[in-house]
Design a protein around this ligand. Structure first.
Ligand code: NAI
Length: 320
């Protein structure tokens, strides 16, 4: 898709971070935008910005794990703009950090429910409406570089992201005959508010195996996100990728080396010799990480904040 003028864009997580960046960039490109978010304060702040810009933006308060509410939001879009969206951005996501062996059912249900379930709800709700409208379009899902490998301290997240990377390829193939393009954006490090994810965790899924506190959230913001890419810059990269009809979109010019290294890891893990080689690489990586945890390293403060640990009362997790 190259012409965005007058197109309706539906953006989940549009109240903050990457989603808000998309709302700004695609509204500037001439789209009529719908932002949906579970956080009313995020929607209010975003709407104050768009009101000042006199941009055509509509906000809907939605928990995208609620399928009935999602269908109602889709009806609302048609009522407000007279058509289903031509652009869908499955952007909302949450994260939780802690040892994989401490994970509870609720840690999995929450993170996978939003990051994979929310994307599925978006696809099942909108794809039939978009096909029936017959106007073509483009769908983007925000995955993560984290979807390309396992992580021992953010397993439900990595697992959900791996699933959406795969799912988008299936939809890419399936939706081609309808003139609907599909992209999967795989960022690393966005300057966003994702460290505040625990604030949106539902009461019914509160039981976590991880140590989560104000301190761990503050630490995450400083260590991982503050230095990340600006959401508007990321959305501009995404726009270019959509214009080029790319399935996978990365934020760096040349992702080839990282991707080749990544697949080499899988090849290594599949033979006894390769296992030894990969274990050695992993040992070196852990050494690097340990250095980074030193006073001047980017991971300084992790131990003091209790970040990445199991919650109190979980007595089977080793201090590694
Ligand atoms: P963010 O927290 O700034 O924005 C996400 C928005 O989604 C928030 O406004 C939040 O309230 C909303 N949200 C959360 N759960 C929801 C639900 N159940 N229903 C509706 N809205 C919900 O975070 P960020 O970083 O902009 O996240 C956007 C996407 O980027 C996510 O999918 C995330 O996994 C992905 N990502 C983020 C990276 C980072 O370094 N921040 C790196 C790679 C991917």
């Amino acid at each position: 898709m190259k012409d965005f003028k007058g197109k309706v864009a539906f953006i989940t997580g549009g109240g903050s971070g990457a989603g808000l960046g998309q709302a700004k960039v695609f509204s500037e490109a001439g789209c009529k935008v719908v932002i949906v978010d579970i956080r009313k304060d995020h929607l209010d702040e975003a709407m104050a910005y768009f009101k000042e810009k006199k941009a055509e933006v509509h906000a809907i308060h939605l928990d995208l794990t609620d399928r009935k509410a999602y269908a109602e939001a889709a009806d609302e879009v048609e009522k407000v703009y007279g058509t289903p969206p031509q652009l869908l951005f499955n952007t909302a996501g949450v994260n939780a950090f802690g040892p994989v062996e401490a994970s509870t059912f609720e840690d999995f249900d929450w993170v996978i429910g939003v990051n994979l379930g929310g994307v599925i709800n978006g696809m099942v709700t909108f794809v039939p409406r978009m096909i029936k409208a017959g106007k073509g379009g483009h769908i983007t899902t925000v995955a993560s570089w984290g979807g390309f490998m396992g992580f021992a301290n953010t397993a439900p997240y990595a697992c959900a992201k791996a699933a959406v990377v795969n799912l988008m390829e299936s939809y890419y193939m399936g939706l081609k005959p309808y003139g609907i393009g599909v992209s999967c954006l795989c960022p690393i490090g966005i300057n966003s508010n994702i460290h505040e994810s625990p604030l949106t965790r539902p009461e019914s899924l509160k039981n976590t195996g991880y140590n989560v506190s104000e301190k761990t959230m503050e630490y995450e913001k400083k260590a991982f996100y503050e230095s990340g890419i600006d959401p508007v810059d990321l959305a501009k990269i995404l726009k270019k990728g959509i214009e080029n009809e790319q399935l996978y979109i990365f934020q760096f010019d040349d992702p080839e080396k990282m991707l080749r290294d990544n697949y080499e890891r899988i090849i290594n893990y599949s033979t006894p010799e390769g296992m030894k080689m990969q274990e050695e690489l992993e040992r070196k990586r852990r050494e690097e990480m340990a250095k980074m945890s030193g006073d001047a390293g980017p991971m300084a403060g992790a131990a003091e904040a209790g970040w990445g640990k199991a919650r109190e009362g979980i007595d089977w997790v080793k201090d590694k």
